[in-house]
Design a binder for this molecule. Sequence first.
Ligand SMILES: *Cc1c(COP(=O)(O)O)cnc(C)c1O
Length: 358
Amino acid sequence: MSTPTPRPRATVATIPAYVPGRPPAAREGMTTYKLSSNENPFPPLPGVVEAVARAAEQMNRYPDMGCVALYDALATRLDVAPQQLAAGTGSVAVLYHLLQAYCDPGDEVVFAWRSFEAYPIAASVGGAVAVQVPVTADGRHDLDAMATAVGERTKVVLLCTPNNPTGPALTHGEVAGFLDRVPGHVLVVLDEAYREFVRMDDPLDALALTRQRPNVVVMRTFAKAYGLAGLRVGYLVGSVEVATAVRACSLPFGVSSIAQAAAVASLAAEDELLERVEKIVAERSRVTAALAEQGWQLPEAQGNFVWFPVGDRALELAAAAEEAGIVVRPFAGDGVRVSIGEPEANDRLVEVAGRSVN
Ligand SMILES: *Cc1c(COP(=O)(O)O)cnc(C)c1O
């Protein structure tokens, strides 16, 4: 007779693995670059390292569980009440908490696919069922199909704009039209991780939608434009009811005092932030123009990354990039996502892509 052993919930075996962007291996005589995680190539904004050092002196104390300074700074910046905010260790954590708050086992979460790889993981961790609606050939959300996919058991819809990894963003009109078709009891999450990089007509004003509709929440992060990926802090903005429910499910003392201090200091350096974002957007334009010149027809890049929908050639393209000293993020059988990084790294991408175009 075998000894009984503890067993995780049955759904745990079905949780897909998160594949993080790899760091580059050191190469003799060659600078290597990491373009695999959509990180910000710039160092922390002015004042941030100092704020972090000051917070570090207090590391024997628990952080402020109420995140008061961070919520106050965000509330002022976004013109919302602090009670409309819920922070977490990255917006991925906020999503976990939100799904815990809103989904019973078997409830459905509708999202586009391919999209952010954390979505199916977060859904299954929460015991919810992921309903994946294929993106169109040009990497856009198929909002008609997504509205149709909303059913009896749907509790949450995730819209990722700009969509990671394919790149296009939704217009305000598109999102507003979609919301008209979704019942009021379904929570619609607008994941704006890359909002600072969007340059398009009729851009999404997600906060305006949260003011008009109690079933809309916005998720944002300090990990991308703000350059704090290593410190883990993100947040949502929504109605007081939603924010209260999400806070109730949050890990106590999750966001460290160091992350809170860094986020507050980063918000105070808005001018420098915008300057850096402009540089990344300019590099994106330079890269996408060069790729188009080479004959690539790629989805519209509205984030700090470009998407090569090369299907079966994904691993081959990633290997060629690695050979040139840039680590990119392949999704086997589907495509390759490459972050916009340092100009030298971007040059190498253009060079590799020029040899791989068919
Ligand atoms: C990077 C990213 C996030 C943010 O993740 P953090 O947990 O805040 O680091 C959220 N959504 C999308 C689509 C992303 O690409």
